[in-house]
Design a protein around this ligand. Structure first.
Ligand code: DAH
Length: 345
């Protein structure tokens, strides 16, 4: 039995270890690790063995050198073989594709109804409107009577309105902010009042017991029906696009005279470039402020006139984005909300 040179033995066991590690390496990064660990010129384990050659009987050195070269070549070719095998396997999903772009983290976005609100405020802001607010807990006087709505009107019925214990109610619309603004400020007045309103409605696809409204009010000397129509038509075209047609349909609200419902007909461009006209879509209630409302708020109806309007940004968001169930705006399912985000991945 011949004694095996101890360095030759060490080289052989390194070879076995390296080959086993190569088998386990399953991506380019791991393969490179094996190469550096064993074949690295300074710190590689084979180089470290060869450094001990100096202390060895010179007669035995050539055998170690030859063995070292053989092991290096064997490892080099095993590395190449393993690299080729992994590359051939890429695309089957079995390995990591280092060329893939990183996954973007979604940091959130504005709620679709908030986006519509922001848009409404941007447009009316450009037209010179400022923002006003009023309380959500109101009195019957502000919510109904000052708005020319007698308490025996159906809207004031307990079936429709949420009354609070000890008097008062949750406002059923943002119109009371008209009265509060008229009391607090001298005309000229040009305000937009956003906020939550409450009704005794059953929660379904088109009703929620709490929803957002945006109220508008313009009061000054000499405000006419022309100002009313021109302002709201301009708003509708800025919101829905220049091709939009606007219609003022006669209607009734106790606090306006005459009253109208404002409808739009949109022109939609389909992906193939063709255009399509929608049906008439109702976007708000509006009218010339009833003199009785000015009077109740202490504003002289002989001197001042004005117009008012009210809309639901939730309803407008439904029309704008083609959403058919109002409840989706409240449930906050991230998969739903993400579709409206400016930066959705
Ligand atoms: N307050 C009405 C509602 O909640 C909406 C409305 C209609 C507001 C006409 C107005 C208006 O200011 O002029 O249904």
């Amino acid at each position: 039995m011949t004694d095996v040179n101890p360095l030759v033995a060490e080289l052989r066991s390194l070879e076995a270890e390296a080959l086993a590690e190569l088998e386990r390496a399953d991506d380019a990064l791991a393969l490179d690790g094996v190469r550096i660990r064993y074949l690295g010129r300074k710190e590689g384990r084979i180089s470290l063995v060869l450094r001990k050659l100096g202390q060895m009987d010179p007669a035995l050195r050539p055998a170690v050198g030859a063995e070292a070269n053989r092991v290096k070549e064997a490892l080099q070719s095993a590395l190449e073989g393993r690299t080729a095998a992994l590359e051939a396997g890429a695309g089957t999903g079995s390995t990591t594709d280092l060329t893939l772009p990183g996954r973007r983290q979604w940091v959130g976005g504005r709620h679709p109804v908030t986006r519509v609100m922001d848009e409404i405020f941007r447009i009316f802001g450009d037209l010179g409107f400022t923002r006003a607010r009023g309380p959500e807990a109101e009195t019957e006087w502000y919510n109904f009577e000052a708005l020319n709505t007698p308490l025996d009107h159906p809207a004031a019925d307990e079936q429709d309105t949420l009354y609070l214990q000890g008097g008062g109610l949750l406002r059923s619309h943002t119109s009371p902010v008209q009265v509060r603004t008229l009391q607090a400020f001298e005309p000229p007045i040009r305000i937009l009042a956003p906020g939550w309103v409450y009704r005794r409605d059953t929660y379904d696809a088109t009703h929620t017991p709490a929803f957002l409204q945006v109220e508008g009010l313009v009061v000054d000397e000499g405000i006419s029906f022309v100002d009313f129509k021109a302002t709201l038509a301009e708003f509708a075209r800025r919101l829905w696009g220049p091709g939009t047609t606007v219609r003022f349909r006669p209607s009734f609200f106790p606090f306006t005279e005459p009253s109208a419902e404002v409808d739009v007909k949109r022109v939609i461009t389909l992906p193939d470039g063709s255009t399509h006209e929608t049906d008439w879509l109702e976007i708000m209630g509006a009218g010339m402020v009833d003199p009785n409302v000015l009077d109740a708020a202490g504003v002289d109806p002989e001197r001042y006139t004005g117009f008012a309007f009210g809309m639901g940004p939730g309803r407008i968001a439904m029309l704008k984005y083609g959403v058919t169930d109002l409840r989706t705006f409240f449930e906050n399912d991230i998969r739903f909300l993400r579709q409206f985000s400016e930066d959705s991945p």
